[in-house]
Design a protein around this ligand. Structure first.
Ligand SMILES: C[S@@+](CC[C@H](N)C(=O)[O-])C[C@H]1O[C@@H](n2cnc3c(N)ncnc32)[C@H](O)[C@@H]1O
Length: 235
């Protein structure tokens, strides 16, 4: 008898969790539509870090991404490539600082996005924006080719590298995609603060190697935080 009650409780809990997830997705989908392109950075952050945190799970420090978004607002990017979208937190924010006719591409290996996530991401695009979420290995040449087909003759205004954090991985992403960035464009790396191999991996070493070859900026809340931190280079 006890086992029957236990199994029943488990089934009800599972059903409730599923319903909550469905509801959270729907809320996120509808609310995202109300956040317009000229919204304040605080509003973008509140949406991603508070209202839809369970769905978008941003892997950023709020003060750091805010500073990056401030810089991007001035750049007004028409073409954006994000390597590493995880749950779409940065993708949403980039879509809102981009131009109304922007081409936004996000690439991730993630093969378990189900049906709801791709639909949610597509819905981030407003007005004439085109948003492409590619499920591919960014290191492969065929992924780059696919991306170039989308961009056609366009160069990138902004490249965000937050995918594979191994030294050779981040190096490969930089080598493959930095050449697509226009003069005057910006490349940003996430996780430049030295930390554990699981968190920042080889990014800090790679960042320290290349930064002095460019005009660069470091956005770091605290150099002792052992993760995060954003490094920008101006092309
Ligand atoms: C740190 S997360 C990205 C976080 C996201 N930008 C954010 O701030 O919310 C890193 C992502 O990179 C993806 N990734 C790792 N290696 C990759 C590769 N070779 N190609 C494409 N994506 C990769 C992982 O699947 C993961 O979702």
């Amino acid at each position: 008898m006890l086992k029957v009650i236990h199994d029943l409780n488990k089934a009800v809990a599972k059903k409730l969790t599923k319903t909550k997830i469905k509801f959270d997705f729907l809320y996120c989908y509808l609310k995202a539509k109300t956040i317009k392109l000229d919204s304040s950075i605080d509003k973008l952050n509140d949406f991603v870090f508070q209202e839809c945190e369970d769905i978008l799970c941003p892997l950023q420090i709020r003060s750091e991404i805010s500073q990056l978004l401030e810089i991007l607002k001035n750049l007004k990017p028409k073409t954006i490539l994000e390597v590493g979208r995880s749950r779409g937190g940065t993708l949403f924010m980039f879509s809102r600082i981009a131009r109304d006719d922007a081409v936004i591409i996000s690439i991730d290996l993630n093969r378990n996005e189900g049906k709801r996530r791709p639909a949610l991401y597509k819905s981030f695009a407003l007005l004439e924006q085109k948003l492409h979420t590619l499920t591919m290995d960014s290191h492969k040449l065929e992924s780059k080719k696919h991306l170039e087909n989308i961009l056609k003759d366009l160069k990138l205004d902004f490249l965000f590298i937050d995918g594979d954090h191994e030294y050779n991985g981040v190096k490969r992403d930089f080598e493959l995609y930095s050449v697509l960035v226009r003069k005057g464009g910006i490349i940003a790396f996430h996780d430049i603060v030295p930390g554990s191999p699981e968190k920042t991996g080889g990014v800090p070493d790679f960042w320290n190697e290349i930064k002095t070859h460019y005009k660069y900026k470091e956005i770091v809340e605290d150099w002792n935080q052992k993760e995060c931190g954003i490094g920008l280079i101006y092309c």
